[in-house]
Design a protein around this ligand. Structure first.
Ligand SMILES: [Mn+2]
Length: 339
């Protein structure tokens, strides 16, 4: 789908309606929360009514975002529901019965995941976008709305977190151009970064310590985990597990990493997969019913720690060996060229 065409179609659809409910995925991250609130501010600037709904807790390091105090837990009837980076209604952080009770209503899906699906009445999926917040930014620009400090703070937080502080492979000149415009519009890059990255509860840092002490490395794959008991021992919440996987992929020589969090039922693990961009971990995630991006994906798996490690690490080894094979094939060609 042509992005510009879908932006104008979407704006048309929005202009013809008055009230909106916005939501995003379960266990919302910076992009989910920042883009939802940014979109709420945009819709209000367009004279619309907008409500952001999340059943899940908002992590404390995003409590500084303008409008966060207005986030509601209950899904409500409106002219349209807008889903940000969800591949289905069931991925959303909403009560399904409340959503079903509010039907019929128009649905709009805006996503930047490669695994995004056309499940809504209107779907705008751009796998090239570095964050769904960047797509909301494009909407703001196309709508001709003045970028207020509230819009700027929310979208900057979304883009900052989803690009790994402008480090991930999707980060390009246009990402920095957006950041420049948002900072010109009143965002303080240092204030936002401090609020998000330097306001960690002690339990999060202690949990990171446990996760790093459980680290295992085998060739180009590494993995780590935390059990329910280990989380309880430091009083860690689910949100405290955010970001552990990024530490694992920072190890020299590692191409693929996975962090596993045991679920309270002791029968399942939640997995965060990372690569440094050469291996596509979204394939492994999809194999186990999850999805995401080439360098950051997630899935849930049933079984004991040993079983889950065996399956996922085995799969990541296969991906790494394929990569090594490609590189070996590529090398003679390169030397021929040099010669
Ligand atoms: Mn995102």
């Amino acid at each position: 789908m042509n992005n510009q065409a879908s932006i104008s179609v979407l704006l048309d659809v929005i202009r013809k309606r008055d009230s909106f409910v916005i939501t995003s995925h379960i266990r919302p991250d910076g992009d989910a929360i920042g883009s939802s609130l940014g979109l709420m501010h945009l819709l209000e600037a367009m004279g619309k009514r907008a409500t952001v709904v999340f059943v899940d807790e908002i992590p404390p390091n995003f409590h500084f975002l303008p409008g966060v105090e207005r986030i509601e837990r209950r899904f409500r009837k409106a002219d349209a529901a807008i889903f940000l980076e969800c591949d289905s209604v069931s991925r959303c952080s909403i009560d399904r019965a409340e959503f079903d009770g509010a039907q019929p209503m128009l649905t709009i899906n805006i996503d930047h995941h490669r695994t995004g699906r056309d499940f809504a009445d209107y779907n705008w999926i751009d796998a090239e976008a570095p964050a769904v917040g960047a797509m909301v930014y494009d909407l703001v620009v196309a709508a001709g709305v003045t970028i207020t400090t509230s819009i700027a703070d929310c979208l900057y937080a979304a883009i900052l977190t989803d690009t790994g502080s402008f480090n991930f492979s999707g980060t390009g000149a246009s990402t920095f151009a957006m950041a420049e415009r948002l900072i010109q519009s009143g965002t303080s890059a240092s204030d936002v970064a401090r609020a998000i990255y330097s306001c960690n509860p002690a339990s999060k840092v202690r949990l990171l310590g446990i996760a790093l002490s459980n680290l295992q490395i085998d060739e180009a794959v590494c993995w780590s985990y935390v059990t329910v008991e280990e989380m309880e021992s430091v009083g860690a919440s689910v949100e405290d597990c955010e970001g552990v996987a990024n530490h694992l992929i920072g190890i020299t020589g590692i191409e693929a990493a996975v962090f596993m969090r045991e679920m309270p039922d002791h029968k399942q693990f939640r997995l965060s997969l990372r690569s440094r961009g050469n291996v596509d971990v979204s394939k492994a995630a999809a194999m186990f019913g999850g999805g995401g991006h080439q360098s950051a994906s997630g899935c849930s798996m049933d079984g004991s720690l040993e079983e889950v490690v065996g399956l996922v690490v085995g799969q990541l080894h296969v991906a790494c060996r394929e990569l090594a094979k490609q590189q070996t094939v590529a090398t003679p060609q390169a030397s021929t060229l040099i010669a």
